[in-house]
Design a protein. Structure first.
Length: 252
C-alpha cells in the first residue's frame, strides 16, 4: 500500500500545486478591494508552502508560478486579465514568485531532512533490537527470525526465509557494499531494480558461512535506498555473529 501511495503522490502534488493557489486567489476575490496586494500575496505564499510541504520541488515550483499567475488574474487591476497596470503590483507579483520559489524549496528540503532522520532512527532501532536479543541470550533461531522479519519491512519484501548451510543455484546476491549483483563465471550483472525470483543475502560469522536469507521482492519494484540495503547487510552480519557464538555447524 505504501508503494502505491508513493506512486500517486507526485502527480497529486502537481495537481495541488496548480489548483490550490487558484482556489485561494478565488476565495480572496470578494476582499481584494479591502486587502493590500502585499497581504494577498502573503496569503498565497502560505498556499505555496502547504503544497511544498507535502509534495516535491516540482510541485512547489508549480505552486509558486500558479500563485503569481492567479494573483495577477484575480487580485490586480485590470481584473480577469493577465496584465498589471500598477508598477507596485508588478513588483509584488515578482516578489511573490521569487519568495514562493525559495520558500517552497526550503520546505521540501526540510521535509526530506526530517524523513532522513526518521528513517535513520528506524534503522538504528532494527540494529539495536538484534544486538539486544543476542546480548540477552536469545537463541540463534530467535535472532535469525527477528532479522528475517526486519528484512521484510526494511526492504519492502513480499517474503523472506532463511536457509541453513546450502548454496544451491546461482542467485543474484545482495553484497556487503549494498550493491545487487549476479555473477555467472566471468560475467557480472548489476541490478537497479529487484530481479525476478529470489535474491540471496549471505550470513557469515567469524569468517564462516552459515546460510543465507532468501529475499522475495515484489516484481518490478526499484531497489530500496542504499542506506536500507547496508542496514540489511549489517543485520545479516549480526545473525551470523549469533550463529557463530552458538557454535553451530558451518561451511568453510
Amino acid at each position: 500500500m505504501s508503494g502505491y501511495w508513493f506512486r500517486l503522490r507526485d502527480p497529486m502534488a502537481l495537481v495541488a500545486g496548480l489548483v490550490a493557489p487558484f482556489l485561494v486567489a478565488l476565495a480572496l476575490v470578494p476582499f481584494r478591494t479591502d486587502l493590500s496586494a502585499t497581504n494577498t500575496a502573503l496569503i498565497l505564499v502560505v498556499a505555496v508552502v502547504a503544497v511544498a510541504s507535502t509534495g516535491t520541488r516540482a510541485a512547489g515550483a508549480l505552486a509558486a508560478l500558479s500563485a503569481a499567475g492567479w494573483f495577477d488574474f484575480f487580485l490586480t487591476e485590470p481584473y480577469q486579465r493577465f496584465s498589471i497596470s500598477d508598477r507596485a503590483d508588478v513588483e509584488t507579483a515578482v516578489l511573490l514568485l521569487i519568495v514562493g520559489l525559495i520558500v517552497s524549496q526550503l520546505s521540501v528540503r526540510a521535509r526530506r531532512l526530517q524523513a532522513v532522520v526518521v528513517t535513520g532512527t528506524a534503522h538504528l532501532s532494527s540494529l539495536r533490537g538484534t544486538a539486544r536479543l543476542a546480548e540477552d541470550g536469545g537463541s540463534p533461531d530467535a535472532v535469525v527470525e527477528y532479522v528475517r522479519r526486519e528484512l521484510v519491512g526494511l526492504l519492502g519484501l513480499r517474503g523472506c526465509r532463511f536457509e541453513y548451510g546450502t548454496l544451491m543455484g546461482n542467485l543474484p546476491r545482495l553484497e556487503h557494499g549494498g550493491g545487487l549483483w549476479l555473477r555467472q563465471g566471468t560475467r557480472v550483472t548489476e541490478y537497479a531494480d529487484w530481479p525476478e525470483g529470489e535474491t540471496e543475502l549471505r550470513v557469515v560469522g567469524g569468517g564462516h558461512y552459515y546460510g543465507r536469507f532468501l529475499l522475495e521482492p515484489f516484481p518490478g519494484r526499484p531497489l530500496p535506498p542504499e542506506e536500507a540495503r547496508l542496514v540489511a547487510v549489517a543485520l545479516a552480519a549480526q545473525a551470523g555473529g549469533a550463529l557463530d557464538t552458538a557454535g553451530l555447524p558451518h561451511q568453510r
